[in-house]
Design a protein around this ligand. Sequence first.
Ligand code: ZN
Length: 349
Amino acid sequence: MKRCQRCVLPGTYPGIVFNEHGVCNRCLSHEPFHCLGEDALRQVLESCRNRGPWDCLVPMSGGSDSTYVAYRLVRDYGMKVLGYHYDNHFIAPIARGNLARIENLLGIEIVRESSRLDTRLKRLFIRLNLHKSPLHLLFAFCHGCPDAIWGGARRIARQKRIPLVISSESREEDASYKRTLWDRVKPSPREKIRWAARMPANFALRKCLGRLLEWRYPRPKSWKNPEKIEYFAYRKQDRPAMLSVLTREVGWEHPSGNYPWRFDCLIHPVVEQMTFNLLGMTEKDDLFSVLIREGQMDRREALTILESWEGRRKEQLPLIEGVLKRLGLDVAERSRVLRYCEKGIWSGA
Ligand SMILES: [Zn+2]
């Protein structure tokens, strides 16, 4: 497979163009990330300090980024942090362990919320999109969670009068190709009506559950009260250093043999395998390419990790089947999704 000579993006990446030296347009147009800096961060944090029992709220998954942000806020800035964890019932046991570890180590209280609403919504969206295409299906698995995470974070911050929500999102994880793909499958109003008529029960139930989810986790239209900032917009994300600090000082764990990223949700491997079959790449190719451009990863190291994952892809299939079962899909539905995970489809997405 043709890959960019500088990063690792493959020729199948949506919208990619190579120059005569085999370097991709993403590398050629890359501007090094700049951060707002330590002073600006301290200024924001000071403005929120001691205004209530907690200074800020951090949504936490048990993965690397949010654990690191909470750790830094407590240790370096002496912030009183309240953690918020949304449990979608597919949280990896290792991620749960990490949450408990940071709770004990730093004395952070973590508010845990959980709901079956998003599982039911996912199931309905999967059933609907199984009739469309594998590319449509790709977007069905993550329904509900972003709303429950951000809507829940905002609701709890308001209830507890916490002035600031600090997110661990970063530009490194932007994965802009997802927006390009979404633009290709986003249903038009006419298409929505057509599918509602074709699957009326599915449509009615989706609407009801969507309303319930919205009621429980109102989608933030603006971030004014509380405010929301991204920690990594202020402090540069240095992934190798971050992972070493987490392992050494927090006892943070991740599944062995895999790059420690996106393992917190057990549904992620389903999306990852389907993405690979559609695009010949996964979200990791995108992340690693950014890390290479930012001088945080060696291209050869990235290729080794990607090839090793590809070589062990099949090992994930039993785990994926278990996840599909827990999502409540029937045998025929499961075998269809598994087929999309197993075989190369190369739809030219
Ligand atoms: Zn490139």
